[in-house]
Design a protein around this ligand. Structure first.
Ligand code: G
Ligand code: G
Ligand code: MN
Ligand code: NA
Length: 251
């Protein structure tokens, strides 16, 4: 059986899972919410990485039903946590470019209503290459999502085209600085981190540092006045029952 067939069956059998990675508000010193990250364990194939199956799902169009499942599952989880713990977390969901269709805003609106979620509790993460699409349908879609009151995050910032003018022109509230900078993989990583924070502050954008793996990275980002951060040091992506078992206390 091909991977594509396995994916079709996994969708039918509800075999995908969402894990949730904490995003920390550095200024409030509190848990802001989570990024939903899909996981798949297949009996025959073992663990299959989303880095492998998401691009395939994008090619085959399966990303549309899969993306809808991700959205529905993450929103149900938000509603469940509100009922059980009276917590209103923000949930970040990764969106693929193939999902930017004219029907998207309407289907998200429905899921939001079904679960009685405040649109402010939902954030959609898009990469620069997805955001910079010239298609009118995609552009309109971003406007519709923004009009619903959902926040749009620019994911993996710094690794794509990094068109600074787009930071102003796109309806984004938050920039996620790619983890390669936090991890010092580039010449001048620190200069880029500090400059990104300064630009975002001036443009009234929030900024999330990704890939925080050590206490010294965390302290540095805090000193740089970052709003939010995320990374293995603060918490790995976990299934909801594990987060609940830990009472959401991660730090
Ligand atoms: O979670 P992990 O680091 O294994 O993810 C690998 C890649 O798969 C990342 O680029 C991540 O953005 C992507 N990914 C993970 N979960 C989702 C998802 O729910 N939807 C989409 N579109 N991409 C995802
Ligand atoms: O492309 P995107 O930023 O959505 O990818 C998210 C991916 O990054 C997830 O698969 C997650 O597992 C991974 N990730 C999250 N935190 C860290 C970290 O601190 N270090 C590394 N190496 N990967 C991380
Ligand atoms: Mn992301
Ligand atoms: Na990212």
């Amino acid at each position: 059986m091909t991977l594509r067939h396995h994916m079709t069956m996994a969708l039918e059998e509800d075999a995908f899972e969402l894990y949730y990675q904490p995003i920390i508000d550095l200024k409030k010193r509190d848990l802001k919410g989570f990024e939903a990250l899909i996981r798949w364990h297949n009996e025959e194939l073992g663990h299959v990485s989303p880095a492998e199956f998401i691009p395939l799902a994008e090619e085959t169009g399966q990303i549309v039903p899969l993306g809808h499942w991700i959205l529905k599952t993450a929103c149900k989880q938000l509603a469940d946590w509100r009922k059980k713990y009276d917590q209103n977390f923000v949930m970040s969901i990764n969106l693929s470019r193939a999902q930017l269709q004219s029907s998207l805003a309407h289907s998200i609106e429905q899921v939001i209503q079904e679960n009685d979620i405040d649109p402010k509790q939902l954030a959609l993460e898009l990469t620069e290459s997805t955001m910079l699409q010239e298609h009118d349908e995609a552009k309109q879609c971003l406007k519709d999502l923004d009009a619903l009151g959902i926040e749009l995050y620019l994911d993996d910032f710094g690794t794509g085209y990094s068109s600074l003018s787009q930071l102003q022109d796109l309806p984004i509230s938050t920039v996620k600085l790619d983890r390669s900078f936090v991890q010092g993989e580039h010449k001048g990583s620190q200069a880029i981190i500090e400059a990104t924070q300064a630009i975002c502050e001036k443009l009234d954008l929030k900024v999330v540092a990704e890939g925080v793996e050590t206490l010294s990275q965390l302290k540095y980002l805090q000193a740089c006045n970052f709003d939010f951060c995320q990374g293995f040091y603060l918490g790995r992506p976990l299934p909801s029952y594990e987060l609940e078992a830990r009472n959401f206390s991660l730090l």
